[in-house]
Design a protein around this ligand. Structure first.
Ligand code: SF4
Length: 243
């Protein structure tokens, strides 16, 4: 058991380093180090913020219908400028669901969420939590790219909301990570800044929701990666508390 733990910690250390996060361990001691979760500045607390009831989705709903409907969707103006829709990817029965704001240029071209440099960093963040991309489901609030990567407009979010609700209802995740401020604000229907949204267990239709930094922001602001790691630890601690 002890040796497994050491191997896990060594691996996690590598992922943290890949994220660009310094872990304060003397080099000679790394083989034996145990990376203890840093206590989040704020203890988990419940904050009830809900959107419409995803449990009310039709019971006969299924992935094939949903994917077909998204691919053909013309409910908002983004259908005019997209290369293709970006449905989402990963484990359709995942415990963890990650939700970003919208596809960017690389995602629009490849048809997958979180690719390119930001996607690589998100993959490292997922690995740092001891998971792989195959173990989580990743989606966006919007399924089509806003031109020039502008923020989603409220009417677009409203038009696309049902698709995300149906994805959540089908995955039935145990915990949701809102990736970045824009995703969090749209999911929680608030204008609160990220600083206020972090380190709090929100609820999205009774599913715990934690807000984490967007990897694209972390690429621009590498000094924030330490806080990003604290958010991931807070999420892991919250998930562990669910079991
Ligand atoms: S963003 Fe959503 S609602 Fe708008 S066209 Fe794309 S799939 Fe349809």
């Amino acid at each position: 058991m002890a040796s497994d733990s050491v191997v896990d910690d060594e691996t996690r250390l590598q992922y943290l380093q890949a994220m660009g996060i310094e872990v304060w361990v003397p080099r000679r001691n790394r083989a034996a180090v145990s990376i203890e979760p840093v206590e989040a500045a704020v203890e988990p607390k419940q904050q009830e913020e809900t959107i419409e009831n995803v449990a009310e989705m039709p019971v006969e709903d299924n992935w094939d219908d949903l994917e077909r409907q998204v691919a053909a969707c013309r409910r908002c103006q983004l259908c005019e400028t997209r290369t293709q829709t970006v449905f989402g990817s990963g484990n359709k029965q995942a415990d963890w669901m990650l939700i970003g704001e919208a596809p960017g240029q690389s995602e629009d071209l490849e048809g997958k969420p979180f690719v390119g440099k930001a996607g690589q960093l998100l993959t490292e963040m997922i690995r740092a939590m001891g998971l792989s991309r195959d173990q989580v489901f990743i989606a966006n609030v919007l399924k089509c790219r806003p031109p020039g990567n502008r923020d989603p407009k409220s009417d677009e979010v409203e038009a696309c909301r049902e698709f995300l609700q149906r994805q959540i209802a089908l995955v039935q995740p145990r915990i949701i990570l809102a990736v970045g401020r824009i995703a969090a604000q749209n999911l929680l229907q608030t204008q609160d800044p990220l600083a206020k949204l972090r380190s709090v267990v929100h609820k999205l239709d009774n599913i715990p929701l934690i807000v984490i930094y967007h990897p694209a922001y972390l690429l621009r602001s590498p000094l924030e990666k330490r806080k990003a790691w604290e958010d991931l630890q807070f999420a892991m601690k919250t998930f562990k508390g669910l079991n």
